[in-house]
Design a protein around this ligand. Structure first.
Ligand SMILES: CC(C)(COP(=O)(O)OP(=O)(O)OC[C@H]1O[C@@H](n2cnc3c(N)ncnc32)[C@H](O)[C@@H]1OP(=O)(O)O)[C@@H](O)C(=O)NCCC(=O)NCCS
Length: 413
């Protein structure tokens, strides 16, 4: 019997949730609360399921997102999530059918890129996605930081206070909007994200643990940073050996960032601080008296991008120097490829289709890796994944696309 891939309606939601949970190896159940929450928030036109004899065997969903690019502009992105195929139906092309449907619709809608967080590296390259922002997490050994807990008050003259989750629900979105324009790779957060991440909405499928929320205010009273954390308690021979697990630390100034990390490292009973997902060149280790007190726990690809409109993408970001480059962008799916002339400089950029000879040839996935500044063109050339068609083109691309910092996507979605 052939398997039908289609968008879902309200009646399909319980079976769709059960398949989603099972595909991620969670208990395959859909509670009334899960069904009510999902029904209130899903977009029927962007939620797909695969059906075998009436049973849902694969899930896929996308939603509207904004992605911050180099220079602070925000691109309309098609964010992909909830991707599963039942272990009984894998490697029969169901994911391929759902991705192709979604990318075609995103292109028609006018989205500039598609985004996702890949569960495994080999899944999405074939569909034109490329790794665009890596992530690093550290474990801080507080005793090695050489920070003096007697000086926990911010050196900046600002202050730190705890906030309730209700207060975070109210102040978080405004702070996050100011934060994300400064961080290429950061993405917008939906109301549903804030509801679930402040405990405003609690679902049995993802149990909520109340957090400690530390808010940093500048000397003039501006809210400039927020660190949310839980604590893993452990006592050994009457000695406290707790670990603070940071579940998001965002700041709009380095002073706020420094103050929040130093605060986390000053809490009695806490011997270790696990930072969670940070940018690969995060300032954190250098806020500590001994940067080696922060040991890398994890370092891997995180945000993947799929270009859908090359001219809009390249015109949206900023460039540190003036220059031009003819790019041959290859796209097997036929959605975004072509030959484009990028003419860019500190005052802006144009990117238009051209018949001039190509100078640099690359796939859409490689363009994703270069775009936010995660890797320079010379690195990809050394790996053989971009091709120099005219001598000097790689060096020009390195200069044009150079960024001061690597991108960072703080959010799992
Ligand atoms: C990843 C997943 C969705 C793939 O679904 P699927 O229907 O089996 O994928 P398809 O049959 O369309 O595969 C298309 C191609 O990708 C390859 N592929 C798919 N998943 C892969 C994986 N995890 N690792 C390596 N290759 C993979 C297939 O082998 C196939 O290649 P081929 O055309 O050369 O034979 C499915 O395995 C799954 O649900 N995994 C667990 C949950 C998960 O990781 N979800 C993704 C969250 S981001």
């Amino acid at each position: 019997m052939s398997i039908e891939v289609r968008t879902v309606g309200d009646d399909d939601i319980p079976g769709w949730i059960t398949a989603l949970a099972g595909g991620f190896l969670h208990p395959p159940v859909a509670t009334d609360e899960d069904v009510a929450f999902r029904t209130a928030h899903y977009d029927p036109a962007r939620t797909q399921g695969a059906y075998d004899g009436g049973r849902c065997v694969a899930t896929f969903r996308s939603f509207a997102q904004e992605l911050t690019v180099v220079g602070g502009a925000r691109l309309s992105a098609d964010a992909v999530t909830g991707v599963t195929v039942s272990p009984t139906h894998r490697r029969r092309g169901l994911l391929t059918r759902m991705v192709e449907n979604d990318l075609r619709a995103a292109k028609e809608r006018g989205d500039t890129v598609s985004t996702l967080i890949a569960a495994e590296y080999p899944i999405y390259g074939r569909f034109g996605y490329g790794p665009a922002a890596w992530t690093t997490s550290w474990r801080i050994d507080v005793a090695r930081t050489r920070l003096d807990p007697r000086h926990a008050a911010p050196e900046s003259g600002g202050r730190i206070d705890f906030a309730t989750s209700e207060e975070v629900r109210a102040l978080g979105p405004g702070l996050h909007d100011r934060f994300r324009v400064r961080v290429p790779g950061a993405v917008s957060r939906t109301d549903a994200w804030w509801d679930r991440n402040t405990g405003t909405v609690r679902l049995p499928s993802s149990p909520w643990t109340e957090r400690h929320n530390a808010v940093y205010r500048s000397p003039s009273g501006e809210i400039e940073g927020l660190a949310c954390f839980t604590v893993k308690a452990r006592w050994e021979a009457k000695r406290p050996e707790n670990t603070a697990l940071v579940d998001g630390l965002i700041a709009t100034t380095p002073a706020a960032e420094r103050a929040l990390w130093q605060f986390l490292c000053s809490i009695d009973w806490v011997l270790h601080v696990d930072t969670g997902n940070r940018g690969p060149d995060d300032l954190l280790p250098h806020f500590l008296g001994d940067p080696r007190a922060a040991a890398v726990q994890d370092h891997s690809d995180f945000l993947w991008l799929r270009p859908l409109d090359v001219p809009r993408m390249l015109e949206a970001r900023t460039y540190p120097v003036s220059g031009s480059l003819v790019l041959e962008v290859e796209d097997r799916a036929g959605l975004a490829g072509g030959r484009f002339l990028l003419d860019a400089g500190p005052d802006g950029a144009t990117c238009t289709p051209t018949t001039r000879s190509a100078q640099l040839a690359l796939g859409v996935g490689e363009l994703a890796t270069l775009y936010l500044g995660d890797a320079p063109a010379s690195r990809l050339a050394a790996l053989g994944t971009v091709r120099e068609e005219r001598a000097g083109a790689v060096a020009t691309a390195d200069l044009l696309l150079h960024t001061a910092a690597r991108p960072w996507c703080p959010d799992m979605f």
